[in-house]
Design a protein around this ligand. Structure first.
Ligand code: WT7
Length: 670
């Protein structure tokens, strides 16, 4: 339900090109707004919450003062006296005269405060190996890695590419870069050699950090060959640092050095240098309409302020007692902000898991929650829907009583999945925080506060304290409560992207040209009668059927609300009579048998939930949906199928045989 973030250079993407007209028809809007369930925060959580309702008032009265106060969560070498410099919009500077070291804030200061013995990371490898790393050990590891990068010639301002599995060295590597002022560019471990090469070239990375491989689905999966292939195309990459994880055979080149050798010979002492608040921290690539990935640039002080504050506020983290687990990969922004920078700046104890949720069995996640006593869990709707499909009995076998806040991120969460998460995982007692944000926003923007918000299944609800978001129509006028349109951010925020690496013009064109003075997020959204915001997916995930705009998210939610449907993906296919016709691909629940009768039932079910205009023309039961490794449905492939076209690039699919399976369905299309 969101954009495909995993394209390689040249692959098509699903990023926004705004459509014409309203995003949603009034009919379907009225239907979505029928959701009337509300869940109050548990009284004990509310009473002891890190952030209370006053924060909204305080931030409203003095937004910049509010952020200046949040910046004091960090330890600065030079305290900033300026908050926001917006003299050259949209190029923001936050806390510009302040200086800090981001890695010091995530590591050393906790040791100095006497918490060196606290576990920072409970690493759980897929094969079952585990390792607890305290803050004191983290400081040694990061310092050695920083010294190693210096020995290899990396300097302040350089770029380092990181292509690693979910192992502790990924965290050490990122923090080591931050510590010496080199920007990291993490490339997701599922990407191809072409994708790595494109990212190395765009950022001109001098060093690449990788591993022999990692464990996925019970097997070692190689990483280094893709790096070898990518690096061979340049003479600018000076060294490839290789972590030994699986011990599998690898080719060895002159520029390669083992991580354990180069870090092993370093001192565990490294004095962090203070950098300007606007010093680049990282580049992270996200897909773009023209195919060339956009290098989203984040800087130091503002980014860390908002990552830290939002993690503290939205998860209500109590670092002495909570165990936090974010299941995202470090290759996505969620891993950057809510595995590395947010939690570690707050001194959290967290779980880092290497593998897949069904290895060696479908209860692996719940077994991990039980083993470590996870209290704060952050995962994605696609994972939740998968767990629903696997059955309620699986989580029911484990002790999940340690959980107290549940987070969701990545795409709109259907009310059905929200309720399943609340009941089967949270046992009805954990607030669900549905967090809307993007690679570009750097940190959470719209989300409930677990001790304050009366949550609504399916809505991210309202902008966090200090954040200004609203919904506008085509002309940029704010829509009234009950209206639909496009999500915009109306004031700069500390963790905003500063530009697209090497392409200021594209930064202006993509985000700031559609509405004067407002950031265009590319998501459809609506406000309900209470003024709460509902996200509807990327604006190109909107279908135009007989002149009505219908959101794919709503049709998918309607399908998933039928007891026989586990998961659904909906696309608009060109249609001679209606402009676009709705084609739905559904995965049935274990017990449901596929039949023409069921297909007819599902079409009628959507028709009665959303109105006849939203009734899918075709409903195709399939075994799997094409997804990227980040879990986003690759809608363009489904559109190719629905429009009987040859398939586009399938190289970023988790499993390309899924498409063959789906295609065999076509003749039986109803
Ligand atoms: C797009 C950003 C944010 C980190 C992971 C994705 C969609 C994200 C939600 C949510 C509805 C959401 C949007 C957004 N999205 N979270 N809670 N509700 N939609 O980062 O890859 O940059 O994608 O993901 O469409 O624009 P990303």
């Amino acid at each position: 339900m969101a954009r495909d973030t995993t394209d390689t250079l040249g692959a098509g993407t699903d990023t926004a090109t705004p459509g014409e007209g309203d995003v949603v028809s009034n009919e379907s809007l009225a239907n979505l707004l029928r959701e009337e369930r509300r869940f109050a925060p548990p009284a004990d959580l509310a009473a002891a919450a890190n952030v209370k309702a006053e924060a909204y008032e305080q931030a409203k009265a003095d937004r910049l003062g509010f952020w200046a106060e949040q910046a004091r969560r960090l330890t600065w070498a030079t305290e900033p006296t300026e908050t926001l410099d917006w003299s050259n919009p949209p190029f923001a500077k936050w806390f510009a005269d302040g200086e800090l070291n981001v890695a010091y804030n995530c590591v050393d200061r906790h040791v100095e405060a006497g918490n060196g013995g606290r576990v920072a990371i409970h690493f759980e490898g897929e094969p079952g190996d585990s390792r607890a790393i305290t803050y004191a050990e983290l400081k040694d590891e990061v310092s050695r890695a920083a010294n190693a990068l210096l020995e290899l010639g990396v300097r302040k301002g350089d770029r380092v590419a990181v292509y690693l599995p979910m192992i502790p060295e990924a965290v050490f590597a990122m923090l080591a870069c931050a510590r010496i002022g080199a920007a990291h560019s993490v490339v997701f471990g599922g990407f191809s050699a072409d994708a790595i090469a494109a990212r190395i070239a765009d950022a001109d990375a001098k060093v690449v950090i990788t591993s022999d491989g990692g464990y996925r689905r019970g097997k070692p999966s190689a990483l280094k060959p893709a790096v070898d292939d990518a690096v061979a195309r340049f003479d600018t990459v000076e060294h490839v640092v290789v972590v030994r994880r699986t011990g599998q055979d690898i080719a060895w080149n002159d520029r390669d050095v083992w991580w354990h050798e180069v870090t092993g010979r370093q001192s565990a002492e490294h004095t962090p240098e203070a950098f300007d608040a606007e010093h680049p921290l990282f580049i992270l690539y996200t897909s773009g309409t023209t195919g060339k990935p956009k290098g989203i640039l984040h800087t130091s002080g503002g980014y860390l302020t908002q990552a830290s504050y939002t993690h503290h506020a939205v998860f209500d983290l109590k670092p002495e007692t909570d165990v936090y687990w974010c299941t995202a990969d470090i290759g996505w922004v969620t891993g950057h902000s809510y595995i590395v920078y947010g939690p570690l700046s707050n001194g959290a104890t967290q779980v880092l898991y290497e593998g897949t949720p069904d290895t060696p069995h479908q209860g692996r996640f719940w077994e991990i929650v039980q083993k470590y006593g996870v209290s704060l869990l952050y995962t994605a709707p696609t994972a939740i829907r998968t767990f629903m499909k696997w059955g309620d009995d699986i989580p029911a076998k484990f002790d999940l009583s340690s959980l107290r806040v549940l987070g969701s991120v990545g795409e709109p969460i259907n009310p059905e999945a929200w309720m399943w998460y609340r009941e089967n995982i949270g046992k009805g007692k954990c607030p669900i925080v549905d967090t809307w944000w993007q690679t570009e926003t750097g940190a959470m923007m719209i989300a409930p506060l677990p001790g304050v918000t009366h949550t609504k299944p399916g809505s991210a609800q309202r902008a966090l304290p200090g954040i200004s978001a609203t919904v506008v129509d085509d002309e940029g006028h704010e829509v009234p409560d009950g209206g639909g349109g496009y999500l915009v951010l109306t004031e700069p925020w500390p963790s905003m992207l500063r530009t697209i690496w090497g392409d200021d013009q594209r930064f202006l064109d993509t985000y700031w040209s559609r509405y004067e003075g407002k950031y265009f997020a590319g998501d459809g959204a609506k406000k309900d009668d209470d003024g709460d915001i509902w996200l509807l997916g990327r604006v190109d995930d909107v279908m135009l059927v007989s002149g009505h705009n219908i959101s794919t998210t709503e049709v998918e939610s309607a399908l998933v609300s039928h007891p026989s449907v586990a998961e659904a993906a909906v696309v608009g296919a060109a249609d001679e009579t209606t402009g676009q016709a709705i084609v739905a691909f559904v995965i049935l629940r274990g017990t449901a048998a596929e039949s023409d009768d069921l297909v007819a039932q599902l079409r009628n079910h959507v028709g009665s939930a959303l109105g006849p205009i939203a009734k899918p023309k075709r409903v195709l039961p399939v075994a799997e949906l094409p997804k990227t490794r980040s879990g986003k449905i690759m809608r363009r492939l489904l559109r190719d199928i629905a429009e009987n076209r040859e398939l586009g690039d399938v190289s970023t699919l988790t499993d390309s045989s899924v498409m063959d399976l789906i295609q065999t369905k076509l003749p039986s299309a109803s």
